[in-house]
Design a protein around this ligand. Structure first.
Ligand SMILES: [Zn+2]
Ligand SMILES: [Zn+2]
Length: 736
């Protein structure tokens, strides 16, 4: 063995806390006869080690690391021999560091699953089974450091057996803060029609589900509303009661084997579906399943049972279940027993509850695959709080406040940006409350006072108003620039690198007071200039035009034909009354309650409408999802030209299209051709794309295939508005 009389200090960055990394290091070091210690520090994990072949140690560290951990960087320092007597796991407070990260909640791991199914294990079929690698964490933390006494599990006294496991450094439940067993853990029950059932609970629920009933089920990060996914009547009832007419529902399956009966996943989709994170993955469904859940979309949001509670239920049913956030329309997922009972009383027929309190709600994460690239739609359970390691050191502690839709917050300090889980659209009182709490938690957990706070430029967003009301050092950053900066940050693009940034989405307040959404920027991280944009058109009635795509059609008809538009064959199909039509024309002409926009999202809505896919946009990105769904491989595209800074699309062709089936392809191909033209025009080499439009699979595939450019896009964080706070925090951190 090649052992020097040296001491080595290893600083390891990455996802190395709350994932069983320290016990792993302990076991590895002791198996090699090494001496020293391991501890959590503010940036990751520190190891000091002697009496070891350091190359072999590092090789094994990388090769055998715990499944959830991710090593991003190891720095090694050689120091003088110290003469440690043994190898220890030191408490993380040894240097007075606060525990820097609170790990996200995690789906059940393979080891726990094995125990769950092993009749001789003491946690056989135990609904609350968890370990260092899995189970509740972020959702149950009361304070830091992340320790049993600072979680909502502190009211449950560990039994002797659990205590032994918890204190044994070699045990896989060493410091599993949520550890419990049937003897000492939470209790659970089922409530229905004023009765409380404490026995045969899962059998009772199974029977109710078979009878088309809807159940509110408290799980890991909140309540789900569940029903039999194969029972169209039950799903329709859920839609009616939840007042959710067409937004898709997610479907939970017992196992991959079960899922394959109903879905046609690619190999790339199976990987995350079966991963420990257990996100919701958008996967092509087999016909005729889940029509009512998907409402016209060919993919379904699918996920596998991820807690013992779900698995126990699946022991008694042989069908997949709808599992949608337990809330009313778009408010946060319910987490408290009493609140759920009052809020969901008109939706659920029965309530499965337990007495492990959820401190903060955590939604399920949602992803889609574009070939082998993961595209994150909602970053929440299992992924967030999400640390993103940045090559640039923050000049000051910076806080990003997010935007309005799918809001999140981010903190940039030293070399890390921490992104919060998905909070929601800042519309309802409940979501705003959740937003305030998340902000407070983050500042406390990470012990930061921001030197600079960056909010959206929109003066009326709650996030902007709130920032200015509680902080004095607030600057604003244009929405689409924040999108571009989020990509620069996570891809570690040099700050002075000239880029072409393309930010396309539905809505973002522009520097000129209009609504932007089809933007091209040139410049670098410090200074992005709007270079090209979709020629602005009028949103007749603003908010109303976002829900009613007919108004977008009308806007272009008026622009092309003025009052002669009344004679256009499309007018009849729009079913406006004559009086209304005249009012809308006046609004268009006089800019009454009508703002100009370069939004790309609204164009998708219009195409979806013209294709007969939907009459109303009743959830975000509906138009874009439906149009993408109808894409067929072809080379045809709608004409456009570029004049000065404006991209002028030939709406005459779109509005006059006779071959409706081709519209989706021709429209998406046109978007690609527009980008190619601008790249050629500017001779751009480094191209950054961000914004909700880039969830579009055919468009992204085409962009990735362009020769001779470096294409950068969001990979670890949402390309939609959930990633905005990262761009904001990054900007604040590089600016000062
Ligand atoms: Zn586990
Ligand atoms: Zn126990």
């Amino acid at each position: 063995m090649n052992v020097d009389k040296k001491r080595f200090r290893l600083l390891i960055k990455g996802t190395v806390q709350g994932v069983g990394f320290r016990p792993f290091v302990y076991n590895l070091a002791t198996s090699l006869g090494a001496k020293g210690f391991v501890l959590n520090n503010a940036d990751g994990v520190t190891i000091e080690i002697e009496n070891v072949d350091i190359e072999k140690f590092i090789y094994l560290l990388k090769a055998k690391k715990p499944p959830l951990s991710e090593i991003e960087d190891i720095t090694i320092k050689t120091l003088d021999w110290f003469g440690f007597e043994d190898f220890k796991i030191e408490e993380s407070t040894i240097f007075g560091d606060k525990t820097p990260s609170v790990p996200p909640d995690m789906g059940i791991c393979e080891d726990c699953l094995k125990e769950f199914n092993n009749p001789s294990d003491r946690r056989y079929k135990y609904p609350f089974i968890n370990c260092t690698n899995c189970g509740p964490r972020y959702s149950i933390v009361l304070d830091i450091p992340y320790d049993r006494k600072n979680t909502t599990m502190n009211v449950f006294e560990m039994c002797e057996d659990c205590k032994k496991e918890y204190e044994d450094k070699t045990n896989r439940r060493f410091h599993a803060e949520a550890i419990s067993c049937p003897n000492c853990g939470p209790i659970y029950w089922y409530e229905k029609n004023g009765n409380i059932y404490k026995e045969n609970i899962f059998e009772l629920m199974a029977k109710d589900l078979k009878d088309s009933k809807i159940i509110a089920l408290k799980g890991l990060g909140g309540f789900h509303l569940i029903c039999n996914a194969l029972d169209e009547k039950a799903v329709r009832t859920l839609r009616e009661r939840k007042k959710r007419s067409s937004k898709p529902f997610a479907v939970m399956f017992k196992s991959l084997e079960e899922a394959l009966k109903y879905l046609e996943p690619t190999e790339d989709e199976i990987k995350p579906l079966t991963s420990i994170q257990k996100p919701i993955v958008l996967i092509k469904r087999k016909s005729p399943y889940f029509e009512e859940a998907c409402k016209g979309l060919s993919s379904v949001g699918a996920f596998l049972a991820y807690t013992g509670i779900h698995l126990r239920l699946f022991d008694f049913i042989d069908f997949p279940i709808i599992a949608t956030s337990g809330n009313i329309s778009d408010t946060p997922i319910c987490k408290d027993n009493d609140k759920a009972k009052s809020k969901l009383k008109d939706i659920a027929d029965g309530f499965f509850m337990h007495n492990r309190d959820i401190k903060r709600p955590v939604d399920d994460s949602v992803i889609k695959l574009i070939d082998d690239d993961v595209s994150i739609i909602r970053l929440a359970r299992s992924y967030a709080p999400k640390p993103i390691y940045i090559n640039t050191h923050a000049k000051a502690i910076s806080l990003g406040m997010g935007a309005f839709l799918k809001s999140t917050i981010s903190i940039f300090k030293n070399n890390t940006i921490i992104l919060s889980p998905h909070i929601g659209d800042l519309e309802s009182i409940d979501t705003i409350e959740h937003y305030k709490n998340t902000l407070e938690d983050f500042l406390r957990f990470y012990d930061v006072k921001p030197d600079i706070v960056v909010c959206d430029m929109h003066p009326n967003f709650f996030s902007s108003i709130y920032a200015k009301s509680i902080f004095s050092n607030v600057i604003s950053l244009q929405h689409h620039k924040a999108h571009i900066l989020s990509v620069i940050a996570e891809n570690n693009i040099s700050l002075d690198q000239e880029i072409l940034g393309i930010a396309w989405d539905g809505t973002g307040y522009g520097e000129d007071g209009t609504i932007w959404g089809g933007e091209f920027f040139i410049g670098d991280a410090y200074n992005l200039k709007r270079a090209f944009y979709i020629k602005p058109y009028k949103l007749i009635g603003n908010e109303k035009a976002i829900k009613d795509p007919r108004r977008i059609v009308l806007s272009f008809l008026f622009e092309l034909l003025k009052e002669k538009a009344y004679k256009h064959p499309l007018i009849e199909k729009l079913h406006f009354e004559e009086k209304e039509l005249k009012t809308l024309y006046k609004m268009w002409e006089n800019d009454t309650n009508t703002t100009k926009t370069s939004s790309m999202g609204r164009l998708f809505d219009m195409v979806a409408y013209l294709m007969g896919l939907t009459d109303v946009i009743d959830y975000e990105a509906k138009g874009a999802m439906m149009v993408e769904d109808r894409y067929i491989d072809s080379k045809e595209y709608y004409d456009f030209n570029i004049s000065n800074n404006e991209i002028i699309i030939s709406f005459e062709d779109i509005l006059g299209e006779k071959e409706i089936d081709k519209m989706a392809s021709k429209f998406i191909n046109m978007l690609f051709e527009i980008i190619v033209s601008i790249i050629k025009l500017l001779k751009a080499k480094n191209v950054v794309v961000s914004g909700g439009v880039f969830y579009n699979r055919p468009l992204m595939r085409k962009l990735k295939a362009i020769d001779g450019i470096n294409l950068f896009y969001n990979k670890k964080i949402p390309t939609g508005d959930g990633g905005i706070s990262v761009g904001q925090a990054f900007y604040g951190g590089i600016l000062c």
